[in-house]
Design a binder for this molecule. Sequence first.
Ligand code: NAD
Length: 370
Amino acid sequence: MKICVVAETAPREARVALIPDSVSKLVKAGHEVVVQRGAGVPAHFDDASYVAAGASIANDADTAHAGAQVVVRVQRPDASEVTRIPEGAVLVSLMAPATAHATVNALSQRRVTSLALELVPRITRAQSMDVLSSQATVAGYKAVLVGASLMPRFLPMLTTAAGSITPAKAFVIGAGVAGLQALATARRLGAVTSGFDVRPAAAEQVKSLGASFVQSDVVRAASEDKGGYAKAQSDDEAARTLATIGTHIVSQDLVVTTAQIPGRAAPRLITADMVRAMKPGSVIVDLAAETGGNCELTVLGETVNENGVLVVGAANLPATMPTHASQMFSRNVLTLLQYLVNTDGVLSIDLADEITGAMVLTHAGTPKGR
Ligand code: NAD
C-alpha cells in the first residue's frame, strides 16, 4: 500500500501527520511511504530522518500524491488540494466536519473515502487512535505556560532573602482531557489549583490532581450524555453555573477555560462583568476560542486587555509544540492505519465497524448518510 505524507498548507500549522518512527513501522510492515519534501521540517523531523526510516521523498505535492492509496495529513485539504488525491484513494485527516462542505463536495467528485480524525468514538478500544485526546493534552499543558508567561507574578510560593511570595491561584473550567492536563501543569508549577465541570465524574479526577473542586448544584449525573460528554445546559442551569463561576473567579490569578459541547458553540461561562471584577494582572486563557470562546471578551488568535486582565483567545496551541504534538498525532494515525489494514496488507473500510463507521465522512465519494 502506498501512503503519502503531505506538507501542511494551513497557516501556522507546524505539525506533520506521520513522524519517522511511525513511518519505519509502516515500511517494516511492507508499505511504501512517500513524504513530500520538507513536510516534517516545521516539527523538526528532517527529510534525511524519513529516508533513514525507509520513506522516499517527493519534490512537490503533485509527485507525493501520485499513485497513493492513502493520503495522511493533519488539517483537511481545501477543494483545490483534493484534486491531487488519486481517485478512489483514502484520506485520513482532521476534517472540521461542520465547515467542510466544499472539501466534502470535492472528495465526492473524486470518489475519495475520507476518515475524519475528530469523529473517533470516545471508547476505550479507540483511545490509542484519538487525536482529540492527544492534542488536548498538548493544548492543556501549553495553555498554562502561555498564561504563566503573561502573568506579572510567580506561580509557586517562594521564601527568599527578598521576602516571601504567596502562590498564585489557578482555576480551570472544564475538566476534560485538556482541563485535567492544565490542572496538573499548574500544580507542577506550584499554583494553588481549583477546577470546575458540570460532569460529576470530573470532580474526583480534579481532586486526584491535588486541586479543589468548585461545588455547584448543577453538577449532576444528568449533565453527562452516554458518550461521556457534557450536554448543553438549560437557561436556569446556565445561570446557576455563571453564579458559581462568578463567585470563585474574582480571587483567581490564572484561569484556563476548556468547556465544549460537541457540535455546538462553546458555552459562555465568563461574562465581561466577571472579567472586570478580577484583579488587574490576572490572565484568562480560553482554549474554547475556536468554537466561539467560553469568555464573552475572547477574540480568536488575539489577546484582549480589559482593565489589566488579559484574555487570550488561544488558536491551535498544539501546533506551537509541533514535535511532541506530531509524535502523539502520528502514533494515533499509525494505530488507526494498523487497525484498518487487513491481513492482505490492504486498507479495508467497514462501515459497520464501530470505529471506522463513525469516522467515515465520505465513502467512495458518497457523503455519509446519503
Ligand atoms: P470536551 O472537550 O468536549 O469538553 C471539555 C470539558 O468541558 C468536559 O469535561 C465537559 O464536561 C466540560 N463542560 C462542558 N460544558 C460545561 C459547562 N457549562 N461548565 C463547565 N464545564 C463544562 O471534553 P473532552 O476533554 O473531550 O472529554 C469529554 C469526556 O470524554 C470525558 O468524560 C473524558 O474522560 C471522555 N473521554 C473518553 C475517551 C475514551 O474513552 N477514548 C477519550 C477522551 C475523552
